[in-house]
Design a protein around this ligand. Structure first.
Ligand code: SF4
Length: 468
């Protein structure tokens, strides 16, 4: 049973609640005023609370008093920050106002890719949309938690605000804990704030929302966020087989799911990322590869397959990762015989439990221990046709410290509780920080790093983390 979550003080970043309150005051054009308040907070230096909202020009009567009495600058706290040994991944454990914890993961790409031979500069943030998840995918540690609660839009945005203390985020992927389309309204609200030019200014094409296939919400997504990317967690090309891996496939059947995906492609002209976890002896055989090729070949120009070798977790399950030759054979079939572009995700952040499918926190651990989450980056494959490329490229790490565009209330920073803070910039240890050129980037995405797969003359992307 999903826990009903009622916060004592709402987050000022929670736009649905802010609009409700502004409507109570009969404010004209509440959406414009909400954006004005956010812009003020993001561009005014030294903010530690909401009192300065009163200084905003032409504030309607009673609004600043309402804001101060009903909202708080931040409802969440970073209780742990851990950076991987190669500095490529930083995992933040974020405690919510009611004590629940989620995780958000920063992935610094800086890698040489086919699109940028001198090295990518982007940084991807993988955000959570729920605490736990009810979909129960059999390979996913998060699925063992059940659905504990939904995050409000403000809590989703606060993950970005926290992350901007560590990195200038350029991409966002909703691939952390939870099924975003089971918390649709809050996710759409958060994305709209992320891509708003008055607020976080993240390019829509750098925002990716991943679903295991909640069909009605795919159609809603086409209407609400057609400029953002869709990722579909497929995991099996045949209905019967898919139901054994993705239980929700019983309700959302494959033919209808393909119809919804085709509609997304037709209406948006965007590429869909097909996420496919490879489970040894389950869905990595030659016959399944042919079935996947046959399923996707009719839409091969508009999909990219991201093969994700299974990551072992500490949750008991029967799965094992496939051997490399098996992965290669799978790629040879789907790419070589069916012309479907495919990549292989490289695990990043495995040493800090930040890799794909490792996200789990028991109900007991919710009270005391950090959560693990998933990470991904898809920019090379989303929103534009991927280049079919060959040749080896080296993978490089980058741990760019936070540069600009952050808001951070130091009174919300629990430094004592941070067990490890590798990669934490000096700025973060100073005062509440908001720079005038606030401009971070967000995304539930995965960043691909191309490595050579000479045998098929095509690229394979190596990734880290992400919701499956
Ligand atoms: S893979 Fe995604 S949808 Fe499936 S159980 Fe895990 S978090 Fe939920």
């Amino acid at each position: 049973m999903v826990r009903s979550r009622k916060l004592k003080m709402a987050s000022i970043w929670d736009e649905p609640t802010l609009l409700e309150e502004l409507n109570e005051l009969y404010v004209k054009q509440p959406e414009i005023l909400a954006a004005k308040i956010h812009k003020h907070l993001l561009t005014t230096e030294g903010i530690t609370d909401l009192t300065s909202v009163a200084t905003i020009q032409d504030m309607p009567k009673g609004v600043s008093e309402m804001v101060v009495s009903k909202f708080t600058l931040m409802t969440t706290t970073v209780v742990e920050a851990v950076t991987s040994g190669d500095n490529a991944v930083t995992k933040l454990v974020i405690q919510l106002q009611d004590g629940l914890k989620v995780e958000t993961v920063i992935i610094r790409h800086g890698a040489v890719t086919a699109h940028n031979p001198h090295g990518e500069k982007r940084t991807t943030l993988c955000v959570s949309s729920q605490v736990g998840c009810k979909m129960g995918c059999t390979f996913c540690a998060t699925g063992t938690m059940g659905e504990i609660g939904d995050l409000c839009a403000g809590e989703i945005l606060e993950q970005l605000i926290h992350a901007r203390q560590w990195a200038e985020v350029s991409n966002i992927v909703f691939m952390g804990m939870g099924e975003p389309f089971n918390n649709y309204k809050q996710v759409v609200s958060a994305v709209n704030c992320m891509i708003d030019g008055r607020r976080f200014k993240i390019a829509p094409k750098r925002v990716t929302v991943s679903t295991v296939g909640v069909i009605p919400k795919i159609y809603a997504f086409i209407e609400d966020l057609p400029m953002c990317n869709l990722a579909l967690s497929l995991h099996a090309p045949v209905q019967e087989q898919r139901m054994t891996i993705v239980p929700s496939a019983k309700a959302f059947k494959l033919p209808a799911l393909m119809e919804a995906m085709d509609e997304y492609i037709k209406r948006t002209r965007r590429t869909v990322l097909i996420e496919y976890v490879l489970l040894a002896g389950i869905n990595d055989d030659v016959e399944t590869a042919h079935n996947l090729g046959k399923l996707l070949q009719p839409r091969k120009d508009n999909v990219t397959i991201n093969l994700i070798p299974y990551n072992t977790t500490n949750v008991s399950d029967p799965y094992k990762p496939p051997a490399y030759p098996t992965i290669q054979a799978y790629i040879d079939i789907v790419m070589g015989e069916y012309g479907c572009y495919a990549t292989v995700r490289k695990e990043m952040g495995g040493d800090i439990a930040g890799a794909c499918g490792q996200l789990v926190v028991s109900k007991e651990e919710q009270k005391s221990a950090p959560v693990t989450t998933l990470v991904v980056d898809l920019e090379d494959m989303m929103g534009k046709a991927p280049k079919k490329t060959s040749g080896a490229a080296k993978f490089g790490g980058e741990n760019a410290p936070h540069q600009s565009g952050a808001i951070w209330p130091t009174n919300q920073t629990n430094k004592k509780k941070q067990k490890r803070t590798a990669g934490v910039p000096e700025k973060r240890k100073e005062s509440l920080l908001v720079t005038k050129n606030a401009s971070g980037g967000v995304c539930k995405a995965l960043t691909a790093v191309l490595v050579g797969v000479a045998s098929v003359g095509l690229g394979v992307a190596l990734y880290g983390g992400g919701e499956l």
